[in-house]
Write a new protein. Structure first.
Length: 232
């Protein structure tokens, strides 16, 4: 199987130039599905910290590059929405966040914020013993004792022990960011959730500083008011 991906056909979320070269790196299997950007692209094309795959492997072997607190990341590991990338030697920490065009960008954060990551609950299942399993947007599964969580809610999960340290319900009045569609990157407050009968997607109306927009609820993620940072 080829390790290359044509630039013209990469997902729109990938932060790469499409007309400079024919090929770029193909993401390995893992979290985030096809939207996951290979770690080497962030290291080479976005940050300019390495020039080649060999340099990327060397940097990762030093244990100074962490992804969600894990120092065992490979250069092809898919990086996606809300992942935390830390450069401990440089004391630089980033959260992967969609910009206004829907492309994934690196948002600087402080070291304390890098100790946990946000996850959107896609669905939940009951398992043996009466416990509930939360299935997050990036494929991570979290076991909880109580059932206070719903699909569409967001949780903040500690990188050290996978414990939930915060819970943000999806409801009218919630602060959300759009992560897909024409309003990707916009942030605002949910003013109305329009339930669609049958199997169709529900719509959500979001009020921002510049007005309102409407999108399907799968395209929004609940965030904390301090989540984005002072520069947003």
């Amino acid at each position: 199987m080829t390790k290359h991906q044509k630039r013209l056909s990469v997902p729109k979320s990938w932060p790469v130039e499409r007309k400079t070269d024919t090929f770029t790196v193909k993401a390995d299997s893992g979290p985030h599905g096809e939207d996951g950007v290979p770690l080497i692209i962030l290291l080479r094309d976005v940050l300019g910290y390495v020039q080649s795959r060999k340099e990327a492997r060397y940097a990762l072997d030093q244990g100074n590059v962490l992804v969600n607190g894990d120092e065992n990341a490979a250069e092809d590991r898919p990086i996606g929405m809300f992942d935390i990338v830390a450069f401990t030697e440089r004391e630089e920490y980033y959260r992967v966040f969609p910009d206004e065009g829907g492309r994934l960008t690196l948002t600087p954060i402080d070291g304390d914020d890098a100790e946990s990551k946000l996850g959107k609950i896609e669905d939940k299942t009951m398992i043996s013993g009466g416990r509930t399993q939360l299935n997050l947007h990036d494929g991570q599964n979290i076991l909880v004792e109580d059932d206070e969580y719903s699909a569409g809610d967001s949780v903040v999960v500690s990188n050290d022990d996978d414990e939930i340290v915060a819970h943000f319900p999806y409801e009218e009045g919630s602060l959300v960011t759009a992560v897909r569609g024409s309003h990707a990157g916009d942030i605002g407050e949910v003013t109305e959730i329009q339930v669609t009968p049958g199997s169709g997607s529900n719509n959500v109306v979001v009020e921002t500083d510049d007005g309102t927009f409407e999108t399907v609820e799968e395209y929004v993620v609940v965030i904390d008011e301090n989540f984005v940072g002072d520069d947003e």
